[in-house]
Design a protein around this ligand. Structure first.
Ligand code: COS
Length: 380
């Protein structure tokens, strides 16, 4: 449900202050220790962030997409691991249950997800299926009141700490592609489930991804989300929403990078004056500002449409593609404006440059967004 204007302003002010005063000063520590401090996670849980956009009847705050997007932009201003700490709980890890789960599944799983007591994770990608998600091979064979899962999921965000996984697996081995896929809620301590070593990534230290391996992993049939064969659609609906989250993080990161660039350009002197006086620097700042503004408008329009009940597959793909590509350009210009200082770890620019690179890849690459947009345009 969208917030009224006063509550929204209050929320924005509180979160902006939290990000500015509490999170940004800790960014270098997160990078060095490769972890978001426990006490910060506890504070974010106490603020309700882990259940921000989950329904109120299951312990969440019930925010609509516009408010969710505004929060993502605010948290996007800090290094991504802070936002990702709670991002899968309000996003891809939990939305399958919130959208298509049974009443019983919602009552059991959503409250501990909303409070942050357990971390929810989304397991779609496999070693052999990334962009072609419908070709996934993890199998789920029915055995009485259970399913037996076998297979490997790859690059799974929060796998090392997750308490539950939304897992897409093939229930019908004879049906190739998306139609044979079902979705399951799999608890971390299920026998036959193990998690691989955390991946060593280019950036976003403080967020961990790893393989999730199923070896005759027994999952109650009661944990299937929706009907057999409907799991791919659930995953796609979840991603429609998740992609707006990444768009929001991209906009926030761009605004932060622009602010850092403006401040640096005003302070840094060359040829006897601040480099901000030079039109070639101004051109880079202006391009970044115009693109970030366009991205914010696109994001908020898509979010508003979703709150109005529209299906936003095309808009979410446009926003994910444009905003993530935009922040890549903004980060590149920021490095250029900072010059040598942009290339060393002492300044945040280098870290953001690496961190935002992922936005163009996960939850569907730019090229997959292009495919989705074109398909939506061309369908009858
Ligand atoms: N909402 C609801 N249903 C959707 C949907 C959406 N956004 N997108 C697709 N579907 C439905 C389709 O309507 C179709 O149903 P019917 O067969 O009943 O018509 C079904 O799902 C299969 O869709 P489609 O035929 O388009 O599947 P494809 O195998 O061609 O794959 C893409 C489509 C490429 C878009 C999909 O595989 C994808 O998004 N890939 C990227 C995956 C990704 O983001 N990975 C990142 C992992 S998460 S970090």
């Amino acid at each position: 449900m969208p917030l009224d204007q006063d509550t929204r302003t209050q929320l924005i002010n509180t979160l902006e202050r939290f990000v500015r005063e509490r999170l940004i000063p800790l960014e270098a520590q997160v990078e060095e220790e490769d972890a978001v401090p426990e006490d910060v996670q506890d504070e974010m849980k106490a603020m309700g962030l882990y259940g921000l956009s989950l329904p109120e009847e299951y312990g969440g705050l019930g925010l609509g997409m516009v408010d969710d997007a505004l929060v993502n932009v605010i948290f996007g201003r800090a290094t991504p691991p802070f936002s990702t700490a709670f991002g899968t709980n309000i996003g891809i890890g939990a939305q399958g249950i919130a959208m298509d789960g049974t009443e019983e599944q919602k009552r059991k799983y959503l409250p501990p997800i909303a409070s942050g007591e357990i971390i929810a994770s989304f397991a779609l990608t496999e070693p052999g299926s990334g962009s072609d998600a419908g070709s996934l091979k993890t199998s789920a064979r029915r055995d009485g009141d259970d399913y037996i899962l076998n297979g490997t999921k790859r690059f799974i965000t929060h796998a090392p700490h997750a308490g539950i996984f939304t897992v897409m697996a093939r229930t019908d081995p004879d049906t190739p592609g998306a139609a044979g896929v079902s979705a399951f809620i799999v608890e971390r301590d299920s026998s036959g489930l193990s998690v691989g070593r955390p991946d060593v990534k280019m950036g976003q230290r403080g967020t961990h991804t790893a393989d999730v391996i199923f070896e005759d992993c027994r999952v109650p049939a009661a944990n299937r989300i929706g009907e057999e064969g409907q799991g791919f659609k659930t995953a796609m609906k979840v991603l429609d929403r998740g992609r707006l989250r990444i768009a929001g993080m991209s906009v926030g990161a761009a605004e932060r990078l622009i602010e850092e660039s403006v401040n640096y350009a005003k302070e840094r002197e060359q040829f006897g004056r601040p480099i901000a006086d030079f039109q070639l620097i101004q051109a880079m700042l202006a391009d970044s500002q115009a693109e970030a503004y366009a991205a914010r408008c696109m994001l908020m329009d898509a979010a508003q449409r979703r709150d109005d009940g529209e299906v936003i597959t095309l808009e979410a793909a446009c926003a994910k593609m444009y905003c993530s590509e935009m922040v890549g350009r903004v980060a590149d210009r920021a490095v250029q404006i900072f010059g040598g200082a942009g290339y060393i770890a002492e300044y945040p620019i280098e870290r953001f440059y690496r961190g935002v690179r992922l936005f163009r890849i996960y939850e569907g690459t730019t090229q997959i967004q292009q495919v989705i947009i074109a398909r939506e345009m061309l369908k009858d």
